[in-house]
Design a protein around this ligand. Sequence first.
Ligand code: HEC
Length: 339
Amino acid sequence: MSHFQPHRHYPMFICRRMLFLALLVTLPLVTSPLVVRAADGTPLTFETDVRPILKAQCFHCHGEGDERRGGLDTRLVRLLRAGGDSGTVIVPGNPDDSLLWQRIEADEMPKGTKKLSADQKAIIRRWIEGGALTARPEPENIAEARFSQEELAHWAWQPVQQPDVPQLDGNTHRTPIDAFIVARLREHGFGHSPEAERHTLIRRVTFAVTGLPPSPAEVDGFLHDDSSDAYDRLVDRLLESPQSGVRWGRHWLDVAGYAETNGGPADDTERAHAWRYRDYVIHAFNANRPVDEFLVEQLAGDELIDGEIDSANPRHRELLTATGNAVKHFQAVEFRWSC
Ligand code: HEC
């Protein structure tokens, strides 16, 4: 059982100004359990099974872009039935006669180097074979089809709730989080490991929070601390350590695409001021900045500055740095630093 008690809420989502919006749209697709549904024998529907594939691979040329390539819009089944320059592209029940299938099977679509996997092709074929079903009547207005009910039902977009903590017999948990884990383990007939001995405990929690091992003196102090809240104080000390921001900020830097050079094999030029953004993230974690503020600062920190930018104002500097990662090559920020 884990004794790690998160005292803070770590931010979960990302990112660069534009990428952020792109991610909002694609995140539910990435996690869509395509292969599982394809195997379980339930009838495939456009919204649940096929649309996620087309959305990722076809919509940008066939629906969402300014121009519908080949005259084809793939966003709704009725638009596929209406078809493109060559007429209808699906014949329900008959994949071999469906232009959509023919072009996919021949790897002519999607255009470009990326092609559909064998699993994705199989799903589209089975869906046409099964009658090209929709889960429900399609919206009249294409603007209402931007996100399907399935996408909007993704867990990440649900309002945060305060669930009831499972009530359990026996002294098997110390925190509400443990209660959820123990309840689920019991549901499946499992118990949990015995509590780790103190030496292991301090090593585990120190690595978890700071990414570093405890010093011999810290281990010694914990082993000889008999007070009932020794563990809680240990966790508090670790969370207060600036190293905890380094350790956890790293995850954010990864997803935000932080890099100190511009990449590219020929001319991997340095982003001389990138480290300022890195330090901003670490500081924001250490300061326990609320997730919404943290996001807004990175997407539009510059817009939060009222009036003239004052480079001597530490908050102005911080807000510009927060947005720095979204600004290509940090040019705008570097410009400000160099004035
Ligand atoms: C990069 C742009 C691009 C992408 C991505 C793309 N297509 Fe196309 N598609 C085209 C162009 C251009 C044409 C018209 C020229 C042609 O038929 O080859 C076309 C034509 C078609 C046609 C024939 C339409 C008609 O009536 O003649 C079908 C069917 C089709 N695409 C299906 C798909 C499917 C399914 C996907 C995704 C798996 C996809 N395309 C992805 C560019 C694209």
